[in-house]
Design a protein around this ligand. Structure first.
Ligand code: THU
Length: 127
């Protein structure tokens, strides 16, 4: 969470003004960081979680051990639906998603509670 808060300042969020930072630890023990990167063509913007996952994959790691997301909001910032699906691709059941505010409120939820019934590779088998 400390690293998510630290990297958050680098977010590119001139349109929403809402900076988000994400830090994930992969099972190798390494930490990968991401921030939201908005774009003048609004739908092209990407979330902090997506950035951290891209950094993890680029570094050669493939499994999330834990992930933290930080934003300056009155309540802990919860990942959007798309990012829940993205996290679930690399996080087995039980992986803790810690969501936080800049003032210290935290919410910790296992990934399977954030996205029950996530679409998964197994559903494409035999189809
Ligand atoms: N955002 C994230 O990066 N992660 C979240 O978990 C929630 C929302 C970003 C997307 C957009 O740049 C801004 O926050 C406002 O939605």
């Amino acid at each position: 969470m400390d690293l998510a808060k630290e990297v958050r300042v680098n977010a590119h969020a001139p349109y929403s003004g809402f900076k988000v930072g994400a830090a994930l630890r992969s099972t190798s023990g390494r930490v990968h960081l991401g921030v939201n990167v908005e774009n003048a063509a609004y739908p092209e913007g990407t979330c902090a979680e997506a950035g951290a996952i891209a950094a993890m994959i680029a570094a050669g790691d493939t499994e999330i051990a834990e992930i933290a997301v930080a934003g300056d909001a009155p309540e802990p910032v919860t990942p959007c639906g798309g990012c829940r699906q993205k996290i679930a691709e690399f996080a087995p059941k039980g992986v803790r998603v810690t969501m936080g505010t800049m003032t210290g409120e935290e919410l910790v939820v296992p990934i399977e509670e954030l996205i029950p019934w996530a679409f998964a590779k197994a559903q494409m088998e035999g189809g």
